[in-house]
Design a protein around this ligand. Structure first.
Ligand code: ADP
Ligand code: MG
Length: 246
């Protein structure tokens, strides 16, 4: 479904990603791990179409469509979803208006009442206080509340493929379980949903078992394996893994 081939990306003259190759089939879960600064978020933002990241070489196809030629808006309409590592607070944009506009751009008209009903169902699923629904986008939210609202967007928008950039960072164990519950619910609703989970830790992978684990180092995917690779990293770190591999 998603085919990334030989993707190389720069910011200004600085090379950030080099020859990244990754194939994600429908309904599969991929974990992307790697040290800080290795390029994981850059890959996520490039796929979504962030203008800072200039593609020097390579291609990305989603369902045989050339993703890189599409605007961010069209990429989302085509079924690509990104949950940010650091979701922004946007004053003056009520959550209800934001979610209504996002939903309608993908799925057509919905009344405010229908939207609220759907959203509050997902709030309950994720153990979120209904009062948050009446705020501006992420305004005054804790780190965990922001990550949960990103999950609500995923559940509401029903993408084909979701890239989750450190959805688990800053979450306590209860919030982590709620987010994992949301992800598993989304997969039940749509078994074809593919996930690219960017994470530093094995712990979320205890709740959502990845089919494939990839390690990114210095802007490229250096190693791929199954869920055992994530356990090995947890025990030995990235250096330990390199030593073991050599
Ligand atoms: P990760 O998510 O794996 O921690 P990032 O993709 O955030 O890594 O960063 C990869 C490299 O690209 C780092 O060296 C980082 O400093 C650099 N980088 C990322 N975004 C920018 C930016 N907007 N401007 C300058 N450098 C950037
Ligand atoms: Mg990052």
């Amino acid at each position: 479904m998603l085919h990334i081939s030989n993707l190389s990306v720069s910011i200004d003259e600085l090379s950030i990603l080099n020859n990244v190759n990754l194939n994600i089939a429908p309904g599969t879960i991929h974990a992307l791990m790697g040290p800080n600064g290795s390029g994981k978020s850059s890959l996520a933002l490039t796929l979504m179409g962030h203008p800072t990241y200039k593609v020097r070489d390579g291609s990305v196809c989603l369902d045989k469509k050339d993703l890189l030629s599409l605007s961010v808006h069209k990429r989302a309409q085509h079924g690509l979803f990104l949950s940010f590592q650091q979701p922004l607070e946007i004053s003056g944009v009520p959550i209800a208006s934001f979610l209504k506009a996002s939903y309608e751009s993908m799925h057509g008209h919905i009344t405010p009442t229908e939207l609220k009903e759907k959203v509050l169902f997902y709030f309950d699923l994720l153990n979120m206080d209904h009062a948050l629904f009446y705020r501006n986008l992420h305004e005054g939210f804790s780190g965990g509340q922001k990550k949960k609202l990103e999950m609500v967007q995923l559940l509401l928008l029903k993408p084909k493929i979701a890239i989750l950039d450190e959805i688990d960072s800053g979450l306590d164990v209860d919030a982590l379980q709620d987010v994992a519950k949301g992800l598993n619910f989304a997969r039940q609703e749509n078994p074809e949903l593919s996930l690219l989970l960017i994470t530093h830790y094995q712990r979320i992978l205890n709740y959502i078992k990845p089919d494939h684990v990839h390690i990114m180092q210095k802007g490229t995917i250096s190693t791929s394996g199954d869920h055992c690779l994530a356990q090995h990293i947890e025990q030995h770190g990235y250096d330990g893994y390199i030593d073991a591999a050599n």
